[in-house]
Design a protein around this ligand. Structure first.
Ligand code: GAP
Length: 442
């Protein structure tokens, strides 16, 4: 497969065929920029979240989890700058009325004045605020306006004082949150890459201003560590030092981690030094003191913030793009997902060689139960023939398949374990099986 579009089409098709991801509201013709996760997509997403929590939060005494409300007081977004400034450049075709993001129209200056769909003349550029607006309560006036949050970050800043008052942390400490974010993107595109509803995994790490560089470097390395944890190829990840003119209004320094997607090198994650912008703004707007008293130096100040921000759906997409592989096995074309065991929906699958032999089924169920007690993400499959089962598990990305055959029950000669990537099978004794599987999946 050569063409980049073909590769994306193949990935989208596999996601639908195998129950990873579907178009949102599909039976009604879809809703642009929304995606629904099926059983394996949800499992993949869940595993990514767990991997993230393990690296950044679990066991860390200075990290605090929160799960803030999606709807927030409109003043939050006035203070954060989103109400006035969270906008993309919009142009509309005078002929067909289609709308485009001005900075995404390809070509030279004259091409940028023409509608990419019908060639008609494009109108003047104007700012389009990307927040979804709604009203809270029965009365719809200016005072009841609220927004679906466009980032999870603000849910942490507004809880800064609650964490200070209830957990009594000392700097540096962080807040971590995984949750939905919504942006009314003018042009959602490239499957999960730019959608209107997505999930973020964000950390706001509060530091003494004099220590910001150290924490920035720490998270720069930790973010790379996380990308390796979920199996992304280091060679496809690039760091971009974002120039001042392209940085968000709150950032004093930003590094974007870009990934080589089939449709180009694009932002995967961001690491920003937000200074004291957010806490200061919320202090000013809410009139609540959001300063911190440092016992050691006897100083009171507003902490500065380092923010590693991860798009969860972009992580899913990067992992799928990295893992999607086509090869030939036994003279036939094969498709498989070379998923890292940490994120694979199933780590192991167990099959009886044939489905119509009760003695094979009985033994396979027994082996399945033993494995599942230790490795919960284990599948059991007796549908179709063995070749079909291998193909299905390959496409789901299951690293290891265990087959119970006649040698297992007649000669007590162990089971076969097939490796997803090489297709090679090894015979392993039942006594050694759990140890062998655990070593392989890590
Ligand atoms: N709190 C900082 C913040 O929200 P951002 O760069 O606007 O910064 C952070 O977003 C991450 O969220 C991005 O790096 C990307 O992974 C993800 N993201 C942003 N917009 C997205 C969209 N429309 N669809 C999917 N993911 C998106």
């Amino acid at each position: 497969m050569n063409k980049k579009e073909d590769r994306m089409e193949a990935i989208v098709a596999l996601c639908k065929r195998r129950g990873f991801i579907f178009q949102g509201s599909e039976i009604y013709g879809g809703l642009a920029g929304t995606w629904d996760y099926g059983p394996f997509g949800e499992a993949l997403k869940w595993n990514i979240k767990e991997t993230w929590y393990k690296r950044f939060v679990l066991g860390k005494r200075n990290m605090f989890r929160v799960d803030a409300a999606i709807l927030m007081n409109q003043k939050v977004w006035q203070a954060s700058g989103h109400a006035s400034g969270f906008a993309d450049p919009l142009v509309e075709c005078k002929k067909c009325k289609h709308r485009f993001r001005a900075d995404q129209i390809e070509g030279d200056a004259s091409a940028k004045k023409k509608c990419p769909d019908c060639g008609g003349e494009l109108g003047d550029e104007r700012k389009f605020n990307m927040m979804f607006q709604t009203h809270v309560g029965a009365i719809q006036d200016d005072s009841s306006i609220s927004y679906l949050r466009p980032e999870t970050a603000q849910g942490m800043f507004v809880n800064f004082k609650n964490i200070l008052d209830t957990q009594h942390p000392r700097l540096p400490f962080g807040m971590a949150q995984i949750g939905k974010a919504f942006r009314n993107e003018i042009a959602p595109r490239d499957f999960l890459f730019r959608s209107r509803e997505f999930e973020q995994m964000e950390i706001e790490y509060f530091v003494n201003p004099k220590d910001w560089e150290q924490s920035f470097e720490h998270y720069r390395n930790e973010m790379k560590g996380f990308m390796s944890d979920v199996g992304l190829s280091a060679s496809k990840i690039h760091e971009l030092e974002v120039p001042a003119e392209d940085r968000a209004h709150y950032s004093k320094r930003t590094i974007d981690f870009e990934y080589d997607f089939p449709f180009g090198k694009k932002e995967l994650y961001g690491l920003a030094y937000r200074g004291d912008f957010d806490l200061k703004q919320h202090s000013d707007f809410s009139k609540v003191d959001l300063s911190y008293y440092d016992e050691a130096s006897k100083e009171r100040f507003i902490p500065h913030v380092i923010e590693p921000s991860f798009g969860l759906d972009r992580t899913v997409l990067a992992i799928l793009c990295d893992a999607y592989t086509e090869d030939e096995m036994g003279g036939e074309k094969r498709v498989y997902l070379k998923l890292h065991p940490s994120v694979a929906p199933f780590k192991v699958a167990v099959f009886p060689l044939l489905r119509n032999k009760p003695e094979l089924i009985k033994k396979a169920e027994e082996v399945f139960k033993t494995i599942q007690a230790e490795i919960p993400a284990t599948d059991y499959d007796d549908n179709g023939n063995i070749g079909k089962r291998y193909r299905r598990q390959d496409e789901i990305g299951t690293p290891l398949c265990v087959t119970i055959d006649f040698e297992t029950i007649e000669k007590g000669n162990g089971v076969t374990v097939r490796d997803r990537d090489s297709g090679k099978q090894e015979r392993i004794s039942e006594g050694e099986l759990l140890k062998y599987l655990k070593e392989k999946i890590g």
